[in-house]
Design a protein around this ligand. Structure first.
Ligand code: SAM
Ligand code: SF4
Length: 494
């Protein structure tokens, strides 16, 4: 049951004029019938047509709906192998062998919504509700930045007046203010991304002022009828359009980096991939900027949440890999996030297949779990159960053994390489080389400040290889400058 205050607040959240602002002739850019039509029209595609589409993706162009539909309809295993190989080539071309790591920080689990699949839904009485104070946020940040060595967080909130836009602003400011001494330098969070409910343009402007990183909101499902069923009437989240256009509002508010996602397992996965493509295309059309990242979480078990066992749309491991590859090809410039929801063996396989740009590690999603030093998951404190609790050190070592360099660089955002500028650097493949230098320098810092001896050894091998590659690809002047900075970092400068 909702309090009077909660009800009054709920009535004020949605701004009707901002909902309709980006629609054309009162219609969404998602048309369920059109998506099904495309999927059925493009069945049994010729291999030659698929190869043409692969070529187009490789030139870093966003696909047309008919092209994505054709990829989704491929049956032959050999053709799928070509799709996977091309997806890996695209990642390499746009992002080289870099992977970026981050951790989620859950700030509160009060929620006025009632999403059937979520442990935090308001009718779920087994959940222990808590909102972190700013002092507690500080303590969580000290562990994340000072002990584990994270530079990037995604802060996560339920939708509730106690954790509304002002609270989100205060938590971002608090996180940026924490600076912790480490064995050789200092730890600090340099980028705070936000996963929170859809907001108004004014509220997003306020978050822009305190330095919000990416604004991430998942549509959950693009299928209108399923959306209405899973987000019951009388909740804010029931309003499909308020959510669908929140990235448009963010871009209008000047928040340059926006992130899309689908919760796979709610509806047909092929339909959802088409939805993501239409979404990216509409952002490109209206703002010239597509999604900074796309996420593809799969439904995980949650305390007292029977829907998860009942859904008939669970995505198999095999289809999971396919849908990731088709997203990679459809929106070739975008970052792709694989989370610790997945068990270690799946993460290993998917990361090794070369399609992923970001992943989380040392992940704890119980409220207050980092500073409480929880060693086991406590489902009553968390939204769902994670599959891979491995530490950042372990994940980085494994990445290094696969030949990936973990970049801790966050300079791009400070130098204005966001939004449209980053899009053009990504599309032309310039970002791939440009960021290699800073990846080497920031990885060196991290190895000296936080790595275990084994991880340091594995990491240094990767750095050596990177330095050799850079020597061949940059001018002598740039290379000398790199070596100078590298030496200064080794001597303890940060
Ligand atoms: N409350 C905000 C909202 O709904 O937009 C913030 C996001 S919620 C805390 C983060 C995301 O977790 C949701 O958008 C949803 O996709 C995902 N999620 C919810 N329940 C889940 C489950 N059982 N398994 C995996 N992911 C889940
Ligand atoms: Fe609340 Fe978000 Fe969970 Fe829905 S998914 S119940 S809005 S926390």
């Amino acid at each position: 049951t909702l309090t009077k205050k909660e009800k009054a607040w709920m009535d004020m959240v949605i701004k009707e004029d901002e909902v309709t602002r980006y629609m054309e002739n009162g219609r969404d850019f998602i048309n369920d019938e059109e998506i099904w039509e495309k999927l059925s029209k493009n069945q049994d595609p010729e291999p030659s047509r698929i190869r043409e589409i692969l070529k187009k993706s490789l030139s870093i162009q966003t696909l047309e709906p008919d092209e994505t539909a054709a990829l989704l309809n491929v049956k032959e295993p050999e053709l799928w192998q070509e799709i996977f190989d091309t997806a890996a080539k695209i990642k390499k071309k746009v992002y080289d062998n870099r992977v970026v790591t981050f951790a989620p920080l859950y700030c509160g689990n009060l929620c006025v919504n009632n999403c059937l699949y979520c442990g935090f839904r308001r009718d779920n009485h087994v959940i222990k509700r808590r909102v972190l104070t700013l002092e507690e946020i500080k303590r969580e940040t000290e562990v994340l930045a000072g002990e584990i060595g994270h530079k990037r967080l995604i802060v996560v909130y339920g939708e509730h007046p106690a954790t509304g836009p002002q609270y989100i602003r205060d938590t971002i400011e608090t996180i940026y203010s924490v600076r912790v001494k480490t064995r050789n330098g200092y730890g600090q969070i340099r980028r705070v991304n936000v996963n929170a409910a859809p907001m108004s343009i004014d509220d997003l402007k306020m978050l822009k002022e305190v330095g919000i990183g990416t604004y991430q909101v998942f549509q959950e499902t693009y299928h209108h009828e399923t959306y209405a069923k899973l987000h019951p009437k009388g909740t804010i989240k029931h309003n499909y359009q308020w959510r669908l256009y929140c990235h448009h509002r963010a871009l209008e508010a000047g928040v340059d980096d926006v992130a899309l996602g689908v919760l796979f397992g709610l509806y047909d996965w092929r339909f959802e991939v088409m939805g993501l493509l239409y979404h990216a295309r509409d952002l490109e059309r209206q703002f010239g900027i597509g999604p900074h990242t796309i996420s593809f979480p799969r439904l995980e078990p949650a305390a007292n949440t029977p829907f998860i066992q009942e859904t008939k749309y669970k995505v198999s491991d095999e289809d999971f890999k396919k849908l990731i590859a088709v997203i990679r090809l459809s929106v070739p410039y975008t970052g792709m996030i694989l989370t610790a929801r997945e068990p270690a063996h799946i993460r290993r396989e998917i990361i090794a297949s070369g399609m992923i740009t970001q992943t989380d590690a040392s992940t704890k999603i119980g409220i207050g779990a980092y500073s409480d030093r929880l060693t086991e998951q406590e489902l009553e404190r968390q939204q769902f159960e994670i599959g891979d609790p491995r530490s950042l050190d372990e994940v980085i070592r494994e990445l290094a053994e696969m030949g990936y360099i973990t970049s801790f660089c966050t300079a791009g955002y400070r130098c204005g390489r966001t939004g449209e500028r980053i899009m053009s650097l990504l599309r032309t493949g310039k970002e791939a080389v440009f960021c290699k230098l800073n990846a080497v320098l920031t990885f060196r810092e991290w190895l000296d400040d936080f790595a275990s001896p084994e991880t340091k050894t594995a990491g240094e091998k990767v750095i050596q290889k990177e330095l050799e590659e850079l020597k061949e690809s940059v001018s002598e002047k740039v290379y000398d400058k790199l070596l100078e900075y590298y030496g200064r970092i080794k001597n303890g400068e940060r």
